[in-house]
Ligand binder design. Structure first.
Ligand code: HEM
Length: 378
């Protein structure tokens, strides 16, 4: 079991380690020599049917790409010096927002930031978080139950709570993977599968991303409404957070908490609410360019969307880790709806006391011998 967990960890870490390395490996190619070699193909061959004078003209020489541009020599290369480009609005008889702006100044700054620091630091952040979790797992191992299971089961999440969680989790993972391809695919998929496959994969990812986004937003709202009542912060949460739940202490003694502890509440308010709102609002602005927003608003939304998504994905690694291989018994609660009494007592003592005292809606089922088990998926 341990060996297979270690293998899985190594596999995931390896895949993510490639992210920033791929970006680094794709640093702008050195600009080619000012005048391309005579043998380099011109984009348009002289037309044989043209009059003799025109046909005798030398073939047009393809311009060299600007430093930092990945375009191959051709006719649509960006100018060498964007700062000298006239960015003033011009006259246009076509009505509509920004139809008189042919070259929009901040587009260049946006492109440099998105393809530069955003991708590079964002990639590293995800890799570092994954590596830190892997190191933590190798040193500390799984947080195991300290006492024996009693076999008595306590309802942790009802079916609606689980359905909303899994809808959100699955749509989040689909958005995360497709978003990573959109942001990093040029550095990972393109060198690996080539231009044509990269294009097909990225167009597919973009379409999936556009349609799954609204489903994620819907599940986020439902999840918020269902879970907010047990996520109100209290003084005990600060104590829990200061001690990080006792996760780093030798005895693993947790600060007693209600249904959700300080860490889970931080994930709820910081992740689901704050980062969820940030990606949702900016995502809708990007999904619907027909709302008459200008290009600058789209660029700003894109940057906020990507930063919030990278933070969200990085934080989700810790949540997914604790919800699966990091803590014994946690996944059972979200998968089947029930946790063992020992798990409830050790991780959410105040909540356990309330359930036992009949002050909460959750059910206690089974006997001390473990005879009555809830049906899987109940
Ligand atoms: C895809 C992998 C995921 C797994 C395996 C997973 C697993 C779990 C588990 C086991 C619990 C129950 C913890 C407990 O009993 O206290 C839980 C709760 C929760 N999960 Fe997830 N989860 C995943 C993804 C997500 C995502 C993407 C989000 C947010 C966008 C999320 C938000 C929550 C919230 C808000 C709770 C309730 C605790 C609280 O209110 O803070 N989960 N998850």
């Amino acid at each position: 079991m341990k060996a297979s967990q270690a293998k899985l960890g190594a596999l995931l870490l390896g895949a993510f380690l490639y992210l920033p390395l791929g970006v680094g490996a794709q640093q702008p190619p050195a600009a080619p020599a000012a005048s391309p070699p005579a043998a380099s193909p011109a984009p348009a061959a002289p037309d044989a049917a043209k009059p003799a004078v025109e046909a005798a003209k030398p073939a047009p020489v393809a311009p060299t790409p600007a430093a930092g541009s990945t375009a191959v020599p051709g006719w649509n290369n960006p100018p060498q010096d964007w700062d000298r480009v006239d960015r003033k609005p011009q006259y246009a008889s076509v009505p509509g927002r920004e139809t008189n702006v042919l070259i929009q100044g901040s587009g260049h700054e946006w492109r440099k930031f998105r393809n530069g620091p955003l991708t590079q630091y964002g990639g590293w952040l995800m890799v570092i978080v994954l590596a830190a979790i892997a190191v933590f797992y190798l040193i500390k191992g799984k947080v195991r139950l300290q006492g024996p299971r009693t076999g008595r089961l306590i309802e942790r999440f009802n079916s609606i709570e689980r359905l909303s969680h899994w809808t959100m989790a699955i749509s989040f993972v689909v958005l995360a993977i497709s978003g990573i391809v959109i942001l990093f695919g040029k550095y990972i998929v393109m060198p690996w599968l080539g231009h044509a496959a990269f294009s097909t994969v990225t167009i597919a990812c973009k379409t999936v991303h556009n349609f799954v986004g609204p489903l994620f937003i819907f599940s986020l709202v439902v999840m918020f409404l269902l879970y907010v009542k047990d996520n109100w912060p209290n003084a005990g949460d600060i104590k829990w957070l200061v001690r990080l739940g006792g996760m780093f202490s030798k005895s693993h003694d947790e600060v007693p908490s209600g249904r959700f502890n300080g860490g889970e509440k931080a994930w709820f308010w910081g992740g689901l609410v704050f980062l969820g709102l940030a990606v949702s609002i900016t995502g809708l602005i990007l999904d619907f360019p027909n709302w008459n927003q200008g290009r600058e608003v789209m660029q700003q939304s894109n940057v906020i969307h990507a930063i919030a998504a990278i933070l969200f994905i990085s934080a989700s690694f810790a949540h997914i880790y604790l919800g699966t291989i990091g803590m014994e018994g946690a996944y059972e609660g979200m998968r089947h709806g029930f946790v063992d009494e020992t798990w409830a007592k050790e991780h959410h003592a105040l909540w356990y006391d309330e359930v036992k005292a009949g002050k909460r809606p959750e059910r206690i089922t089974g006997t001390a011998t473990g005879a009555a088990q809830p049906a899987v998926g109940d």
